[in-house]
Design a protein around this ligand. Structure first.
Ligand SMILES: NC(=O)c1ccc[n+]([C@@H]2O[C@H](COP(=O)([O-])OP(=O)(O)OC[C@H]3O[C@@H](n4cnc5c(N)ncnc54)[C@H](O)[C@@H]3O)[C@@H](O)[C@H]2O)c1
Length: 452
């Protein structure tokens, strides 16, 4: 099939690369000249494991352009994968979605086109996009009845985006008529039936047979995405709240989490106590869910509580350091990790940024390090008055405490004896429960976590 993808961010580019790998003819469109220029030269504009390899493998079926006219008229399926960043009052900012919908409407071909909301969009956006496309098509005298809007929410996780896309837990398709659903079903068939030859660098996990398809109406598909993200966010905040109690009663939160998670009804994933969630999705999507519910007179008290707990976890980092050091003014604190999680350079809503800000506000000097996100940090947070350390030793040198923020594998096997020897005060605050207390203590450091 001919497919257009609007937006070459984490979601759009991953979707485009995967669909092209499966044999579809894909044109990716983005107004960002730097991104399109890089992609045309064969460069990947952000860090995502194996994306470069998959783009090479799919290259014969892929085109990149800034021009909607090169993509829309010939496409049977148009994915909208533009950003929906947080707006005022919790509702997402839909200006990119609006521009995309209007741009599609103005260029629709004469054949039936399925326009797919892959961006995470508020419930009801399917209808709204439909109206925008219809109006734009009418203004240009295009085939205003020759299209339908579907919802196909994305569940990929940055850092494992390709695995999540080729071997998903499920595919959700929301459409209000069978013809539309059928087009997407055909498009995704190789993934649903797992009939494609896996790339050598992304072998099919053993557990993956057929992938379940949830074929539903538009509103249900839109709600599934928000409800899934909010549930994962709740799980994280729940274990962090239990972690606070564990600290008070002297319990080991890692053992508690394991004891809870091995109950098959609960599951161990997303049950690691720590600094909480970051990234572009959970914060924005929980805020949007609360905002949508309030339009219907509903108070999402559980989701609101999860948000509060998450915000508090970042403040607790500073409280913990204050508890140890008593005074932060004039102290030097080293942060290991800037990205919101390992295997990505995405800094959106990264806990490290809030922690650095809180520390700077209290007069501390902050040194930072990240294995892949340093360049991006320099570009996006040039105004932040921190020291960019060239390596982990540089972070540790003359610091009063080191804080592990992102559990990059590179940080998990460090020579702590040697790091402790260059620190002013050998304190490690492990906000991810990533280290073994005994190992760190034997290396001569005081080991603390957010839960004890
Ligand atoms: N990043 C994730 O892990 C993830 C996971 C699931 C769902 N989502 C959702 O997917 C959507 C995209 O997220 P992302 O992280 O890929 O965003 P992103 O910010 O990485 O990428 C968005 C891209 O859209 C482009 N864009 C803006 N206006 C455009 C237009 N009119 N036409 C074409 N392109 C345009 C931007 O230039 C940018 O390259 C969001 O709604 C997000 O909530 C993201």
């Amino acid at each position: 099939m001919n497919v257009a993808i609007l937006g070459t961010g984490y979601v759009g580019l991953t979707t485009g690369a995967c669909l092209a790998y499966l044999g579809h003819q894909v044109t990716c469109v983005d107004p960002d000249a730097n991104k399109i220029g890089a992609l045309q030269r064969g460069e990947v504009p952000f860090h995502e494991p194996h994306l470069e390899d998959l783009l090479v493998a799919a290259r014969p079926n892929l085109k990149f352009t800034m021009d909607y006219s090169e993509a829309i008229p010939d496409s049977q399926v148009v994915f909208i994968a533009v950003g929906t960043p947080p707006g005022v009052g919790g509702a997402p900012d839909l200006r990119y979605l609006q521009a995309a919908a209007e741009g599609v409407g103005e260029r629709l071909g004469p054949h039936f086109t399925v326009i797919v909301n892959k961006s995470t969009v508020p419930i009801g956006s399917g209808n709204w996009v439909g109206a925008l496309v219809r109006d734009a098509a009418e203004r240009r005298g295009r085939g205003k009845d020759c299209f339908a809007v579907a919802s196909n929410p994305e569940f990929l996780r940055e850092g494992s985006a390709l695995l999540d896309s080729l071997y998903p837990d499920r595919v959700v398709i929301g459409a209000d008529d069978p013809r539309t659903a059928e087009v997407l079903y055909t498009l995704y068939r190789p993934i649903l039936d797992q009939t494609f030859q896996p790339p050598a660098f992304l072998p099919r996990p053993d557990r993956v047979g057929g992938v379940p398809l949830i074929s539903t109406d538009l509103a249900s598909a839109e709600l599934i995405k928000y409800a899934a993200n909010a549930f994962l966010a709740l799980k994280i905040s729940y274990i962090n709240e239990i972690g606070q109690l564990a600290e008070k009663v002297g319990a080991d939160i890692s053992q508690v989490a394991r004891g809870i998670g091995l109950d098959a009804r609960i599951g161990t994933r997303f049950l690691q106590a720590g600094i909480g969630w970051g990234g572009s999705c959970f914060g924005k999507d929980t805020a949007a869910l609360v905002s949508t519910a309030s339009e219907y007179g509903l108070d999402m008290s559980i989701v609101k509580a999860a948000r509060d707990v998450n915000r508090r976890q970042r403040e607790r980092v500073v409280e913990k350091l204050l508890g140890e050091l008593k005074i932060l003014k004039g102290r030097t604190i080293g942060l290991l990790g800037l990205a919101f999680k390992p295997h990505t350079d995405d800094l959106r809503e990264a806990p490290a940024l809030d922690v650095a800000r809180h520390l700077l506000e209290r007069g501390a000097r902050v040194k930072v390090h990240d294995p892949v996100a340093m360049n991006r940090f320099k570009k996006e947070h040039a105004g932040m008055d921190v020291v960019m350390a060239s390596d982990v030793h540089e972070v540790a040198r003359d610091t009063d405490a080191v804080v592990l923020i992102t559990e990059w594998p590179q940080y998990l096997d460090l020579d702590w004896e040697s790091l402790a020897s260059v620190m002013r005060t050998p304190i490690l605050l492990d906000t991810r429960h990533a280290f073994d207390r005994g190992r760190i203590t034997r290396a001569g450091l005081r080991y603390i976590t957010l839960a004890g």
